[in-house]
Design a protein around this ligand. Structure first.
Ligand SMILES: *Cc1c(COP(=O)(O)O)cnc(C)c1O
Length: 376
C-alpha cells in the first residue's frame, strides 16, 4: 500500500467496500516498463482498469491503448488519446463496433479467424490487421489460451489472403496468459512468431510488427520475476531470431500497470464456524466474487489480506463474499490464516486489487451496491 492510500484510509474512513487507487503508482509502473523495454510501444490494456483518471494519466505519459470494445475506444478518445494510438485488439467484434471504430479513425485491428478477417475487410476497408496466434499459456495463473489464437498454419493462410481482401497485413500477436510467471513463455512465443515471419516473407508478405501482448505479472502473495527479467528474456529472444532487422514491437500490459496501485477496503460482515470445534473459521467480507473479485475463480489470483490485528495469533480460515450464492467463495482450498481476534466490523485491506476488480462487479446482485472507487 502506498503512503497516499494509507493517508486517505486513515483520514477519510471511506464507506466499504471501495477501491482506493494511487495514480502516481500507475505513472511509476508505466515509466519503469518503458525504461525496461525502450524499443516497445506500450498499448495499455484498457480492460484491466478503464477508469477515466487512469486513462488520462496514461495519455499524459504518451501511452497507447489496447481496446476490447467500441465503448473502451470511446473512453480512450474521451481521455484524450488519438485514434492513431488505439488498437482494437479483441478478436471477437460485432460488425457495428468495427464500423464505428473505423469511422472514429481507428487503424489497427486484431483477428484470429477467416470469419473475423472477412468482417474487417467489409467494415474497416484498408485497415492494418494482425493475426493472433495460439501459444502455450503454461505458467500463467489466469490463462487465456483455449479461447483465442489461430494455429500457425491457419495464421499463415489468413495473412496471405488479407492483402487480397484490401487489408494491410502488418504483423502477428500472441498473449502468453495473464499473470504469467515464466519469462520462457515469451521466448517460446517469439520463436513461433519469428518462424512465421520468415515463412511469410518467403511467400511475399513482409510483416513489420510483433505484438507481444500482456501477461506481465503483479506481486500478490507470491514473489514473481521483475519486469527487467522479462525485458531481458524478450530482447534476447527478439535479437536471436530477428538479428538487426527487428520489427516494430508492441506490448499490451494491463495488470502490471494498475494492480499494485489499488487496494480494496472491505468490512468483515461475519466470522463464524460451521461446527462448534471446527478449527476453520469462515470469514465473510462485504465484497466477494460478485462484488468484483472475479479472479478468485478457481482461487487463481490470491490477494494479500491485511487486518488491524496482524501480528497477533492467527488460525486457518475460509474466506467468502456476502451474497446468497454458493459460488461466492474466495478461498477455501488455498491456505489462508487470519488473526483470531478478527471480528465483524473490522476493516480489512485486499492488496493488489487495482486490476480486474472494479469492472467485474455485478449490477447489484442481492441488492449490494457495487464498490465505490477513489482515485488519488
Ligand atoms: C487482457 C489482455 C491484455 C492484458 O493482459 P495482462 O495480463 O493484464 O497484461 C493484453 N492484450 C489482450 C489482447 C488482452 O486480452
Amino acid at each position: 500500500m502506498t503512503p497516499k492510500i494509507a493517508r486517505f484510509l486513515a483520514a477519510d474512513s471511506p464507506v466499504c467496500p471501495c477501491l482506493v487507487f494511487d495514480l502516481d503508482r500507475v505513472e511509476a509502473n508505466f515509466r519503469n516498463l518503458r525504461r525496461a523495454l525502450p524499443l516497445a510501444q506500450i498499448y495499455y490494456a484498457v480492460k484491466a482498469n478503464p477508469a477515466a483518471p487512469v486513462l488520462e494519466r496514461l495519455v499524459s505519459l504518451g501511452s497507447r491503448f489496447d481496446a476490447a470494445s467500441f465503448e473502451e475506444i470511446r473512453s480512450c478518445l474521451a481521455a484524450g488519446a488519438l485514434p492513431a494510438d488505439i488498437s482494437f485488439g479483441n478478436t471477437i467484434k460485432k460488425a457495428a463496433a468495427i464500423r464505428a471504430a473505423h469511422e472514429a479513425g481507428i487503424r489497427l485491428y486484431a483477428f484470429d479467424s477467416a470469419e473475423e478477417l472477412a468482417k474487417l475487410a467489409e467494415n474497416a476497408p484498408g485497415a492494418a490487421v494482425y493475426c493472433r496466434i495460439m501459444v502455450e499459456n503454461e505458467g500463467a495463473d489466469w490463462p487465456l489460451s483455449r479461447k483465442f489464437g489461430a494455429e500457425i498454419g491457419l495464421a499463415r493462410e489468413l495473412m496471405l489472403c488479407a492483402g487480397d481482401l484490401g487489408l494491410d497485413p502488418c504483423g502477428l500477436s500472441f498473449h502468453v496468459g495473464s499473470q504469467q510467471t515464466r519469462t520462457a513463455s515469451y521466448e517460446a512465443a517469439i520463436g513461433r512468431v519469428a518462424m512465421l515471419f520468415t515463412d511469410l516473407a518467403e511467400a511475399g508478405v513482409n510483416l513489420r510488427m510483433v505484438n507481444l501482448g500482456g501477461g506481465f505479472p503483479a506481486r500478490y502473495r507470491e514473489t514473481v520475476p521483475d519486469i527487467d527479467d522479462f525485458a531481458t528474456a524478450i530482447m534476447g529472444a527478439m535479437t536471436a531470431h530477428f538479428g538487426n532487422a527487428l520489427p516494430e514491437m508492441l506490448i499490451e500490459p494491463g495488470r502490471c500497470i494498475v494492480a499494485d496501485a489499488g487496494v480494496v477496503a472491505s468490512e468483515v460482515v461475519l466470522v463464524s464456524r460451521r461446527a462448534k470445534d471446527d478449527p476453520v473459521r469462515w470469514v465473510y467480507l462485504d465484497i466477494g466474487r460478485f462484488g468484483g473479485l472475479a479472479e478468485t475463480e478457481n482461487e487463481a489470483i490470491r490477494y494479500q489480506i491485511a487486518t488491524p490485528h496482524d501480528g497477533g495469533p492467527a488460525g486457518p480460515v475460509a474466506i467468502a463474499g456476502p451474497t446468497c450464492d454458493g459460488a461466492d467463495i474466495l478461498y477455501q482450498r488455498t491456505p489462508y490464516r487470519l488473526p483470531i481476534a478478527l471480528a465483524a466490523g473490522d476493516r480489512v485491506l485486499l492488496e493488489g486489487t487495482g486490476a480486474y476488480v472494479t469492472t467485474y462487479a455485478s449490477q447489484r446482485f442481492n441488492g449490494f451496491t457495487p464498490l465505490a472507487e477513489h482515485y488519488l
